[in-house]
Design a protein around this ligand. Structure first.
Ligand code: CDT
Length: 313
């Protein structure tokens, strides 16, 4: 079986609050058709693809909040995506706000294979922002209010002839997310993001948005010997600018394909999953070189503590 996965990173331009699900799905289908024309095996869409990035608003009425969530997947609105996958013989992943039958709210990503079957689901664990209304901000980032922390860890699924994992947006800034998948022999990590250029609590970071985006994804790819496909929803959404820079990154840590616009744009690359091997078998041979007995603080402690002095011995 071929170890080449041809991937289309399907960056999406802004989605306004008034844009309907069918309008968004039509844009996604257009990108899927373009990907099929490029013989892609897989199309990767961003975080919360189906709606505007609603955590930017403080909302009190649960009816208004739930309007951004999907109660079933597929639904009447999203079924055409699954039908297109089966018809075109192309897998896809995308993010959406999930409202479970038990009434739980998650920021979720789904992996669908070339037959239209759902083969993997991930629920975002690193939820950034805040839970209370903070009117001093130019806009809110209320993921901690609208979503629960994901109830399962990072998974890796056998799909498309390889080992495919998913993370969502803020997860990409945390080395733990990549390593949890690296330890499951991940060969390609799919991730979508909505990253506002302006970070109200730390505006001095604003000029570094694209740099930090590249820095973490390239490091995560190299340090775990994996492909990383990072896909933005970007441009000016309801007056809030979000960065683009959707990238396909090799296990070498090199960016081999990158979006040039801040709109709907497909970036295509042929990814040889066997390129992961020389990293996984040498410098990052985990079985040979990791020292987990010295990593206790990583799981035993949440915040940093200051040193208390001491001596070299
Ligand atoms: N969607 C998402 O996770 N965005 C965050 C913004 C961080 S600033 C609160 C990100 O890490 O890109």
């Amino acid at each position: 079986m071929s170890r080449i996965v041809t991937v289309g990173a399907a960056q999406m331009g802004p989605i306004q609050r008034a844009d309907s699900r069918p309008q968004v799905v039509r844009r996604m289908l257009e990108l899927m058709r373009e990907a099929a024309a490029h013989r892609c095996d897989l199309v990767v869409f961003p975080e919360l693809t189906l709606t505007t990035f609603f955590p930017r608003w403080w909302m009190e009425d649960q009816v208004d909040i739930d309007a951004f969530f999907e109660r079933s997947m597929p639904s009447n609105d999203t079924a055409p995506l699954f039908e297109a996958a089966a018809r075109l013989g192309i897998g896809f992943s995308f993010g959406y706000a999930e409202l479970t039958p038990e009434g739980r709210h998650f920021n979720t990503a789904l992996l669908v294979d070339k037959t239209g079957r759902q083969v993997g689901k991930y629920r975002k664990i690193h939820l950034p922002g805040h839970a209370r209304h903070e009117p001093w901000r130019a806009f809110q980032h209320l993921e901690k209010r609208y979503f629960e922390v994901g109830d399962r860890s990072w998974g890796v699924w056998p799909a498309l002839g390889g080992h495919i994992g998913m993370m969502i947006c803020n997860d990409r800034r945390w080395p733990e997310s990549y390593r949890m998948m690296g330890l499951q022999s991940v060969e390609m990590i799919l991730l979508g993001y909505n990253t506002p250029r302006h970070n109200p609590p730390a505006p001095d970071h604003d000029r570094l948005g694209e740099f930090h985006n590249q820095l973490v994804m390239q490091a995560g790819a190299y340090q775990n010997g994996t492909w990383v496909v990072g896909v933005a929803k970007c441009g000016v959404e309801e007056g809030c600018e979000m960065i683009g820079g959707s990238s396909i990154i090799a296990p070498t840590g090199e960016v081999i394909g990158q979006a040039l616009t801040q709109g709907d744009e497909l970036v295509v690359a042929r990814c040889d999953l066997d390129l992961t091997k020389s990293y996984k078998e040498s410098i990052f041979n985990f079985a040979m070189h990791r020292q987990p007995e010295h990593y206790g603080r990583i799981v035993g402690q949440r915040g940093a503590v200051a040193p208390e002095g001491g001596s070299a011995d």
